[in-house]
Design a protein around this ligand. Structure first.
Ligand code: ATR
Length: 284
């Protein structure tokens, strides 16, 4: 029977996930399909309950789904088992259905971020280091989780709305400190990894104002924004001689765990996949 998974969100037409998973399904020659489904938060439980039956009627076995905005948080209460990644990050981006219908909720965004860095550098260099995180939304939570797993000993969180940064410090715990947004450039001489998790710098959004003067020479600068692929932050960092990692890698790497759990093949992230997904971005 054809295995089916997909992505749910509202809206959903912008999602690159069908292109990404479709590429892997074809590459590995699998009897599988991946569908984009527009689902509102109040309909998520019903969608998850009815899809196994609906899929069966179409000759498919529903294996689970990715979730995107605005479903990641509501899903916390709709799964039977919450993996530590999802509990700590406070959001579910991947649901895996067991044979008996049990819903497992996990969050692979943090792992995606880590693996994207690992494509470019040895992440062991960050043990005992300091990270500076710009922003305190959902993406920041996943990245802070990844930073804690990578062994950073200090994680500075700075956000326009101070209270959100303070809340994150409370939730994420050891090693996290909130830093006033106005002082975001003042600690750069301690920073080993700088991450923009805000929407600033994305096409159509205001630019991020983040001077890099004083940033440690060995520091790595990353952005979760991937439209444009090279944001102003990354361009300036590159021109100043810093190592940079763009936001597309996180998107590609976060998808691996779901694909493997649903379809039984561990997929590769490589240049050909990047190029294929990028083409999709340009079409949007
Ligand atoms: P996500 O869950 O994708 O991270 P989000 O929760 O909307 O999205 O978070 C967006 C981040 O971008 C927040 O940190 C937001 O700051 P606030 O918490 O103060 O809203 C940040 N952001 C968006 N626009 C901004 C701006 N003009 N200046 C500074 N920060 C901004």
């Amino acid at each position: 029977m054809t295995k089916n998974a997909g992505v749910m969100g509202f809206p959903i037409s912008h999602s690159l996930s069908p292109r990404l998973h479709g590429y892997w399904i074809e590459k590995y020659g699998l009897d599988a399909s991946y569908s984009a489904r527009e689902v509102k938060p109040e309909d998520l439980d019903q969608a998850l309950t009815s899809l196994p039956e609906i899929c069966r009627a179409e000759g498919m076995e529903f294996r689970g789904t990715n979730l995107t905005i605005p479903l990641k948080e509501v899903a916390l209460n709709l799964v039977d088992e919450l993996e530590p990644s999802a509990a700590k990050i406070g959001a579910v981006n991947t649901i895996v259905l067991k044979e008996d219908g049990t819903r497992i909720g996990r969050n692979t965004d943090g792992v995606g971020f880590r693996d994207s860095l690992a494509d470019h550098l040895d992440i062991n260099r960050f043990k005992g280091g300091t990270a500076l995180i710009l922003g305190a939304g959902g993406a920041a939570r996943a990245i802070i989780y990844a930073c804690l797993e990578m062994g950073f000993s200090k994680i500075l969180i700075t956000n326009r709305t101070k209270e959100r940064a303070q809340e994150l410090v409370k939730d994420m715990g050891n090693g996290c400190e909130a830093l006033p947004w106005e002082e975001r450039s003042e600690t750069l001489n301690q920073v080993d990894l700088l991450v923009n998790t805000t929407s600033l710098g994305m096409t159509g959004q205001p630019e991020l104002d983040m001077p890099l003067d004083g940033l440690r020479k060995e520091a790595i600068v990353t952005d979760i924004v991937y439209v444009p692929l090279e944001t102003d932050l990354l361009r300036v960092a590159r021109e100043k001689g810093y190592g940079t990692v763009d936001g597309l890698g996180m998107l590609l790497h976060q998808a691996k765990a779901g694909f493997e759990a649903w379809f039984g093949v561990k997929p590769d992230v490589d240049e050909a996949l990047r190029a294929f997904v990028l083409q999709g971005l340009h079409k949007k």
